[in-house]
Design a protein around this ligand. Structure first.
Ligand SMILES: *Cc1c(COP(=O)(O)O)cnc(C)c1O
Length: 426
């Protein structure tokens, strides 16, 4: 499947039924697997056999979803998790422990920010947040002796700034740490970070992968590119006492990281994706290429319409020429800027809150990335507990409206915004 174009991979890869087996990926709703004799089970426990032992660690339906994600991103292996947050947690804890340090771009998903700044801190893992506009030298200088990860997001939140992969990946190389990127909003259809020097990718599959707002899930994909035997990651190189001395780099080569994440961390923490969710995500991937194409064209048309609207003071979308990282977007997202845009309504916070009430087709939803267009006024909802000064420093301006542009006819979407903005803008 590797030699086919990504659209073909979405539709046909990687599930291959044998003669007489279901054409569509079946749901293996089983916790448990049966064997002929005890030697088969012994091989499983020694990690010499690739079949399944227990669904906390692996399951046939979940494996098919993982294989397809690895194919689409171009990685050597993938690990599904119960949510995007679980995927990020496992991705970091696989290589960091108390006393370690991570460097992260500051413009990341709010949940990830909290995980790094509050929960990891409690666990003894320290974080330094850097402005994504920091120079190469500033990024490198933020590293300490105990730094283990450089982290960023393809499309930042809420500024929708595009990650400068070249600058960050060069910095990670100099820092001698893996470069981990959250590619949720771009999906492998719009951006394949492994082609830009990234070592590990994570996704919240809850968003565009699902695409229909049915299920929570996450995934980690290993690019197989990082050399773990550099003195900083002894857990990947030295014998693992919980597997009678297995050595991940020696025994699993390029798949050392993703194997350890499964057999050690997923086994112990149990943040597992359910087979039914994996079935839905796998189904979602079959149309991801088509859906992303329309999300992108609809979002660009809405962004262009809003830019001309008298009731709108500013519009932020990666592929608008006025966007502050437009050149990076052109370079890294040549096929489209994804489906999220933000704009400022004239009349500030009051008008922003009022606008929601005047929308008919477009619904107020905290989620993003599904096929129905949705809208959110963060200042009066998700960020209402913050003071206005705190809101502004988090990038949440009082007049900011966030739109997740869906797959309805664009004329209907535009009409809905036009009527509502005319009714409330000052
Ligand atoms: C939603 C989201 C997450 C968290 O994923 P969950 O599935 O909600 O746990 C992480 N990163 C990004 C960019 C997201 O949009």
């Amino acid at each position: 499947m590797k030699n086919y174009k990504i659209e073909t991979q979405c539709v046909q890869g990687t599930y291959k039924p044998k003669s007489g087996e279901p054409r569509v990926l079946p749901i293996a709703q089983s916790t448990t697997y049966q064997y002929y004799d005890s030697d088969d089970v012994a091989d499983l426990f020694d990690l010499k056999s690739a079949t399944h032992m227990y669904s906390r660690i692996s399951n046939p339906t979940v494996s098919e979803f993982e294989n397809k994600m690895a194919l689409l991103e171009g990685g050597v292996g993938a690990l599904a998790a119960s949510s995007g947050q679980a995927a990020t947690t496992l991705a970091i804890l696989n290589i960091c422990q108390a006393g370690d340090h991570i460097v992260s771009s500051s413009t990341i998903y709010g949940g990830t920010y909290n995980l790094f700044a509050v929960t990891f801190k409690k666990m003894g893992i320290d974080v330094t947040f850097i402005n994504p506009d920091a120079t190469y030298d500033e990024i490198v200088q933020s590293a300490k002796q105990n730094t283990k990860v450089l982290f960023g997001e393809t499309i930042g939140n809420p500024g929708l700034n595009i990650l400068d992969f070249n600058k960050f990946s060069r910095a990670a190389k100099t820092m001698d740490v893996p470069f981990i990127v959250d590619n949720t909003l771009a999906t492998p259809i719009l951006c394949r970070p492994f082609e830009h020097g990234v070592d590990i990718i994570i996704h919240s599959t809850t968003k565009y992968t699902d695409g229909h707002a049915t299920s929570l899930g996450g995934v980690i994909i290993d690019g197989g590119s990082f050399d773990w035997d550099n003195g900083k990651f002894p857990e990947l190189v030295e014998p693992d006492p919980s597997y009678h001395g297995i050595q991940y780099v020696r025994d699993f080569g390029k798949a050392a990281y993703i194997t350890k994440a499964r057999v050690q961390l997923l086994r112990d923490l149990g943040a597992t994706m359910s087979p039914f969710s994996a079935f839905l995500f796998h189904l979602g991937l079959e149309t991801l290429h088509l859906r992303m194409e329309r999300h992108c064209t609809n979002a660009l048309k809405l962004a262009e319409f809003l830019s001309e609207h008298p009731g709108v003071s500013w519009v932020n979308y990666p592929l608008l020429k006025t966007h502050k990282t437009y050149d990076l977007a052109k370079n890294y997202l040549p096929d489209g800027g994804s489906g999220i845009l933000t704009f400022g309504i004239r009349g500030g916070a009051k008008a922003g809150k009022e606008l929601i009430k005047h929308m008919e087709l477009v619904a107020l939803v905290v989620h993003l990335g599904d096929l129905r267009t949705s809208i959110l006024h963060p200042a009066s909802t998700t960020h209402r507990q913050l003071t206005e000064t705190q809101q502004v420093s988090a990038g949440v301006l009082p007049d900011l409206i966030r739109v997740s542009v869906g797959l309805e006819n664009i004329d209907d979407i535009i009409d809905d915004f036009d009527k509502a903005i005319r009714a409330v803008a000052k």
